[in-house]
Design a protein around this ligand. Structure first.
Ligand code: G6P
Length: 621
């Protein structure tokens, strides 16, 4: 939530800043703003609304200079107004600051600063940090200002201020009297530095850097950095000056182009044959009939002694964890618990030492997932990340892990990350199954199923036109039910979440039989039920549930893998997907559900890629 950018070099800062904010807009889009510095003057232009609004505002109110910072906001404290937009000035325009995170003790600090005469112009917690740093700068002893190191006052003032804060922050600050330096700081919110030739870039993640540099430095918690056109100096709160590794950024600028698609969500839905291929590539070993992972960092003996998995995640990643639970318990016969990360971080469940934690996360930055991972590490459990964003905080902090290799996911509603996470879970189930009881032949069969999956996803995408037609028929409805059993129960949850997120229609996912215990009361001719009903062990049972809905006049949309009159005669609308093994059904069935949500949102005139109130990367509790 909230995106930060910064530039210091020889070019026009606002060019990079504005484009960078466009790429980070998925992190929040309540307001945006830029601050640049030229000829001893800080110029700030900011506005409630999207980055495109900012771009228009900059025509009348340009921000010149070759050093600057920018911000796109997801509101936490204070409404989405011009005043609350970042950057915020501190100390009578001595500095300008952008912040991502939450300062929990801002009220107490604000009261103190007001007593000292500070004037506040916003309701944000972030402005407090700006004034606090300015005050600390003012109060430094003269010898710090006289130091041989011209940036010593900035380092000292920022460090003094940070020591007083409770909460999380990614910060970037420009100072009127230091025209060549940006100071950044991080605790809990991500920040990266792009290394250029005579220029440096700052961003909340690597995407704004693509096309500018492929060299990236990941800032760690409790580090601050002083960044000038020629140098990066990183200072840790406790260790002083520390070495920083320069890593390779793996994002190409073409990865984040919309191409010919109307929306990122649609592009990402159609990328799924390829993203699934990438998740599987190089990870299937036919000789041993198992999966191979380079990054688990545990020996086969250590992995074999695992007695229980805890899978933790938020949002869509929590749904793929549920799919994983069904897969691992059924194929590997190892008990699995799926925990909301926001609950696990404060719970204290009794877990044996042989419990292995998997944190599933597209972004690798979700604060609750990170906190749950840290809590489990603290208790001595081995932790693994199943993550899409290379070099993200969770990927770096876990003991080992598996990357999805799905490429950047920009639409706020997750699509390709979900299917890739499910595929990785199925490979984990294969791997652990083969460490235990699963036969060579069963392993080979699973490999064959996984190899066939990308083409089957292509076929499932052929439901596109039909989903458009069905969307037009039902887009006026205000309630939807999504129902499935076994592997398809999490797919029902995910289908409902997709619709809810982007079309603002109330939708509930339920195990198909469980709907008799409450949700059936909602059923009437304006409440469609979307059934996931592929052939399999519980096929007849789901048909019985479908009949129960029809008997009460509810419209039924059925996702099937076979044209069987028992379903097609009852259902009002049918979406046909290819038949696959039961454990892969939630992946294939999700494709038409994603398309259906997309088209319903379009018919209702919703902003598909940037739904209201949501952000892709939730870095506040
Ligand atoms: C937000 C996003 C969801 C995502 C969830 C978890 O709510 O809007 O699409 O599933 O965060 O994010 P993660 O990056 O941890 O998978």
């Amino acid at each position: 939530m909230c995106g930060i950018v910064g530039y210091v070099g020889r070019g026009e800062a606002s060019d990079f800043l504005l484009e960078g904010l466009r790429r980070l807009e998925y992190r929040g889009y309540d307001s945006s703003g830029l601050a640049t510095l030229e000829a001893g003057r800080l110029s700030v232009t900011k506005t409630a609304g999207r980055v495109e609004d900012l771009s228009r505002a900059l025509v009348d109110s340009p921000t010149p200079g070759s050093i600057g910072i920018g911000h796109t906001r997801w509101a936490t404290h204070g409404k989405a107004t011009n005043e609350n937009a970042h950057p915020h000035f501190g100390g009578n325009k001595k500095l300008a600051l952008v912040h991502n995170g939450v300062i929990e003790n801002f009220r107490a600090i604000k009261e103190r600063l007001v007593e000292q005469g500070c004037e506040f112009h916003s309701a944000t917690d972030s402005e407090v940090v700006a004034h606090l740093i300015a005050t600390e700068l003012e109060n430094l002893p003269a010898e710090v200002h006289d130091s041989i190191d011209p940036y010593a006052p900035l380092v000292e003032a920022v460090q003094n201020a940070l020591l007083q804060l409770r909460g999380t922050y990614g910060l970037a600050i420009v100072f009127r009297d230091w025209p060549e330096a940006i100071v950044v700081a991080r605790l809990g919110s991500p920040l990266v530095i792009g290394v250029g030739d005579g220029e440096h870039f700052i961003a909340s993640d690597g995407s704004p850097l693509a096309g500018h540099t492929d060299k990236i430095v990941y800032l760690a918690d409790h580090e601050i950095a002083v960044i000038t056109p020629e140098a990066i100096r990183v200072i840790h709160r406790d260790q002083g000056d520390v070495h920083h590794d320069v890593k390779l950024l793996e994002i190409e600028s073409t990865d984040i182009d919309l191409g010919s698609y109307a929306h990122y969500m649609l592009k990402e839905i159609f990328e799924q044959p390829e993203s699934v291929r990438n998740a599987v590539r190089g990870r299937l070993d036919k000789d041993a009939a198992t999966a191979v992972f380079g990054g688990l960092n545990l020996t086969a003996q250590q992995l074999q002694s695992v007695q229980r998995f805890v899978l933790t995640a938020c949002g869509t990643s929590w749904h793929s964890s549920l799919v994983g639970e069904y897969m691992i318990e059924s194929l590997a016969r190892i008990p699995v618990e799926v925990e909301y990360a926001s609950e696990l971080r404060y719970r204290n469940p009794p877990l044996s030492p042989q419990t292995l934690l998997f944190a599933l996360t597209q972004s690798g930055e979700t604060i609750d997932t990170l906190a749950a991972l840290r809590e489990m590490k603290r208790k001595g459990h081995a932790t693994m990340a199943i993550c899409n964003v290379v070099g993200s905080t969770i990927a770096r902090e876990a003991d080992g892990g598996i990357y999805l290799h799905a490429g950047p996911e920009i639409g706020v509603a997750s699509t390709k990350a979900f299917t890739s996470q499910c595929v990785v879970m199925s490979m984990l189930a294969l791997y652990f199954g083969r460490l235990h009881h699963l036969s060579y032949e069963a392993g080979l069969n699973i490999i064959a199923e996984l190899e066939a999956l990308p083409n089957q996803i292509e076929q499932a995408l052929e439901t596109h036109d039909e989903t458009r037609r069905i969307a037009e028929k039902y887009a006026h409805c205000n309630n939807f039910l999504y129902l499935g059993r076994q592997y398809n129960f999490p797919a029902a949850l995910e289908g409902a979440l997709k619709l809810k997120e982007i079309s603002y229609i109330h939708a509930e996912g339920y195990p198909a039989a469980e709907m008799k215990h409450g949700p059936i009361a909602l059923v009437d001719e304006h409440t469609p039920s979307v059934f996931i009903v592929p052939k399999g062990a519980v096929y007849d049972k789901v048909i019985a549930n479908l009949e129960e809905i029809k008997a009460r006049g509810g419209p039924v949309i059925a996702v099937v893998d076979d044209i069987d009159s028992r379903v097609t005669d009852i259902a009002d609308d049918v979406l046909l997907v290819p038949a696959v093994a039961d454990f892969l059904q939630p992946i294939v069935a999700s494709i038409p559900l994603q398309l259906l949500a997309y088209h319903i949102a379009l018919v209702r005139g919703c902003d598909v890629d940037k739904p209201r109130n949501l952000a892709k990367s939730v870095t506040v509790e």
